[in-house]
Design a protein around this ligand. Structure first.
Ligand SMILES: [Zn+2]
Length: 467
């Protein structure tokens, strides 16, 4: 079976063939860094990290370019409200985003360009568009440069709408000197007190759409393989990226992949709702790897409607996987990942990255593994454990990987382990002398401290209770 993806532009699942054999170029719209991220912001990071890891597993060399929009109306507004420079807001929030991607186990992009570092490339693209009759500088001398949507017949093809039915572009406060209200800003003329850069058409700052076209082309070439982002970016952002790049004569993205949104009570997550779901808050509720599992378990194109209950269920599901692998290594010793994933797992991810089907196979292995453990079939335990490690590695979820095994403070864990072992030995001693009240008291005291004890054929096991 071959690798295939649902292409938003074609509105169907297409076989994937990269432009250059053995290589995949992937552009992902990154953050506009006006505030720290909540979970709705990082879903695409996790979904596309799984895509990237799967492509690497399939033998491709992947170049991932994920931009940072470091200048924008909202960033300027935050800076003015706080009385600090715009770049201070951008820097601070970019660090918050990077920290969040890191703790969720998203591999860093190959390159992470910032908009303000690519003004010359944007000026060049505007010049090409103006020369070709697809863009114009406003006659009022404001410094605005607009894209002429009527000059590009395919405008609307990605979002499947006709130009006549579109509303005006809401990207400038006034339409200043637009020829058509639907024309969108490539460049926004400077306003007093705001940051600006010089161009042949006057000072101003980049329009959001122009940034992505310029940076994608700079790092991935005029034509590249996959463009990704959240479904809310299809229109106008991605529609406009296509218009800018293809009107200028570039091939641009060959496949368009969009992840579904994360909602709350069926609504898009607003800033006020999102505040309680900021990443530092979330990783107090569950461990980062459990949050990654939660965001990655659904098909990337499906909607996730957030609830604490679903998050807890996801954490519990992850702990079942982790529990088996921990017990398996206790019984059979170190388990190396298998050289390849099972065929049905490969088929699930090849088919438009079916993470939920892939995880069903993972949980099937865990169930079978637990049975094998209870029946003492060590060889089977080791086989299933090896398969699990490889499958989970591809999803960025292997509990025994370097990334997650050391995720808790291992030094502290050793200390706790030693202390709990002392308590458990006393409990065993109490049981031996048939002082069950004392034995139960020890277990209850541990329980109060958040440590649950389970008696297994291999002796008592303990773990920290979550949530
Ligand atoms: Zn973009």
């Amino acid at each position: 079976m071959s690798l295939r993806f649902y292409d938003t532009r074609a509105r169907e699942v297409r076989d994937f063939t990269p432009l250059h054999e053995g290589c995949v170029s992937l552009y992902l719209c990154g953050a506009t860094v006006q505030a720290p991220p909540h979970i709705g912001h990082v879903r695409s990071g996790v979904n596309f990290d799984i895509l990237r890891r799967w492509l690497v597993y399939k033998g491709y060399r992947v170049t991932l370019c994920r931009n940072v929009t470091d200048i924008d109306d909202k960033i300027i507004n935050v800076a003015q409200a706080e009385g600090v420079p715009w770049w201070e807001v951008s820097e601070r929030n970019q660090r918050a985003f990077d920290w969040s991607y890191d703790i969720l186990g998203c591999l860093p992009p190959t390159v992470e360009p910032r908009a303000t570092g690519h003004v010359p490339q944007m000026i060049e693209l505007m010049r090409r568009l103006i020369d070709a009759g697809h863009a114009y500088a406003a006659d009022d001398g404001s410094g605005d440069v607009y894209f002429d949507v009527r000059s590009f017949p395919e405008y609307g093809a990605l979002s499947n709408q006709r130009v006549d039915q579109m509303r005006g572009a809401a990207d400038t406060d006034t339409d200043r000197d637009k020829r058509d209200p639907r024309d969108f800003a490539l460049w926004k003329g400077a306003r007093p007190g705001e940051p600006s850069w010089a161009t042949p058409w006057g000072r101003g700052r980049p329009g959001w759409h122009l940034e992505c076209s310029a940076m994608a082309t700079e790092y991935l070439g005029a034509t590249f393989d996959i463009h990704g982002g959240g479904l809310d970016l299809v229109f106008p952002h991605h529609e406009n990226e296509i218009a800018q790049s293809q009107a200028a004569g570039d091939g641009f993205a060959r496949y368009w992949l969009h992840n579904g949104l994360l909602t709350m009570g069926g609504e898009k997550m607003s800033k006020s709702l999102g505040n309680s779901l900021l990443i530092p808050e979330m990783v107090r509720k569950v461990r980062p790897v459990e949050l990654r599992y939660y965001l990655g378990q659904a098909h990337y194109r499906s909607v996730i409607d957030y609830s604490d209950e679903a998050l807890r269920e996801a954490a519990a599901a992850y702990q079942r996987i982790e529990g088996f692998l921990t017990r398996a290594t206790e019984v059979v010793g170190h388990i190396e990942p298998a050289p390849g994933v099972p065929a049905e797992f490969e088929a699930a991810l090849d088919d438009d990255l079916g993470a939920s089907q892939a995880l069903a196979i993972v949980h099937g292995h865990v169930r079978e593994g637990n049975t094998a453990l209870s029946e003492g079939r060590k060889e089977r335990v080791a086989e299933l454990g090896a398969d699990l490690r490889t499958m989970l590695g591809v999803l960025g979820l292997d509990p025994l990987s370097e990334q997650w095994a050391g995720a808790e403070d291992t030094g502290l864990r050793e200390v706790v382990d030693a202390l709990v072992t002392v308590a458990l030995e006393q409990r065993q001693a109490a049981r031996k002398r048939k002082d069950y009240a004392a034995a139960d008291e020890i277990r209850d005291r541990l329980n109060e401290a958040g440590i649950s004890v389970e008696d297994t054929p291999h002796g008592p096991r303990w773990e920290l209770r979550r949530g």
